[in-house]
Design a protein around this ligand. Structure first.
Ligand code: G4P
Length: 290
């Protein structure tokens, strides 16, 4: 579900998370491994402050394995604990309590030194819509937790979910807004389906998808669509559109007169991309800003 974020929503979402921070030992920041920068809330450091944090790169099953490694190294290099997960199958999920324990080691050791039984570690999952917060919560809970509506301001009584490994999770995630300042961020989010096509033009979304795919996965793209000649200049929009038209012809997206129905071609391409037909892909590399 896509939220239209207005300043009031952002303030409310932020306050809700800040209230929950008081209850927890650790924040689990969920990002989409295919676009870890674009799926990151721009104010996250300011919101979480010095709360211990585990960064989870979710949907790692859809992302480029080599880029997954690079992103892990990047976040670790920035001093964060980071971990790869595929919440849809559960890959990487069972290691989460141990990762959290490592982060809280000092605190836990102190409790033990005082002769106390370490109390359950308490965590909150935070992230922008569609990064997989509910899927991960359900996976960690081992059952389906009732959906609360992916909207800021929708609240219900909070409950702690036992997840094993002495880790408890708040059943409602913290929902954050994505970055807006950079148009390309919006297109990257839309390529993965995190922003609905009604909000941005589908042909524009496909345009950027083709541009990124040709840049990083050109051979795969050429193979799938049987395209003979890839553009020489990816900065030339005409060359990208020519490739989109070729995809449309290959997929029979034509209107009368044999012209390509670019909108249909765009939808087909995005559908195939999201369905994994073009393989695993990552849309941004560490330190990519443009
Ligand atoms: P949210 O609470 O953060 O908004 O995200 P949610 O769990 O609803 O997940 C959004 C979509 O992403 C869901 O697809 C979910 O199955 C999928 N998803 C979550 N984690 C993973 C993962 O690690 N790998 C893969 N491959 N998919 C994941 P959906 O319900 O089918 O929604 P949609 O695809 O119809 O939009």
């Amino acid at each position: 579900m896509t939220i239209q974020w207005f300043p009031g929503h952002m303030t409310k979402a932020r306050r809700q998370i800040e209230d929950k921070l008081k209850l927890i030992d650790v924040a689990i920041e969920l990002l989409d491994a295919r676009l870890p920068l674009s799926s990151r809330n721009p104010m996250i450091d300011d919101i979480l402050r010095d709360k211990p944090r585990l960064i989870i790169l979710n949907k790692s099953d859809l992302a480029d394995p080599e880029m997954n490694r690079q992103w892990l190294a990047f976040f670790k290099g920035e001093g964060h604990a980071a971990h790869l997960v595929d919440a849809s199958t559960g890959n990487g999920v069972k290691e989460i309590p141990d990762q959290v324990k490592l982060l809280l080691k000092e605190k836990i050791d102190k409790q033990i030194a005082k002769g106390m039984n370490p109390r359950a570690m308490r965590a909150l999952i935070v992230g922008i819509p569609n990064v997989g917060k509910s899927t991960l919560i359900n996976r960690m809970a081992g059952r389906n937790i009732a959906a609360t509506g992916d909207r800021p301001g929708v609240t219900k009584g909070q409950q702690w979910i036992k997840t094993g490994g002495n880790l408890e999770l708040l059943d409602t995630p913290g929902i954050l807004w994505p970055k807006f300042e950079d148009q390309q961020v919006g297109y990257r989010l839309a390529i993965t389906g995190a922003i609905r096509e009604e909000i941005l033009n589908v042909e524009d979304i496909a345009f950027y998808a083709v541009k990124y795919l040709l840049r990083d996965y050109g051979d795969r793209f050429r193979e799938r669509y049987g395209i003979d000649k890839l553009p020489e200049d990816l900065e030339n929009p005409d060359e990208i559109v020519t490739v989109m038209e070729e995809v449309g012809r290959k997929r029979g997206c034509l209107v009368s007169g044999g012209r390509v129905d670019l909108e249909k071609a765009s939808r087909t391409l995005l559908h195939e991309l999201r369905a994994g037909k073009l393989g695993r892909f990552t849309l941004e590399a560490p330190n990519t800003r443009g």
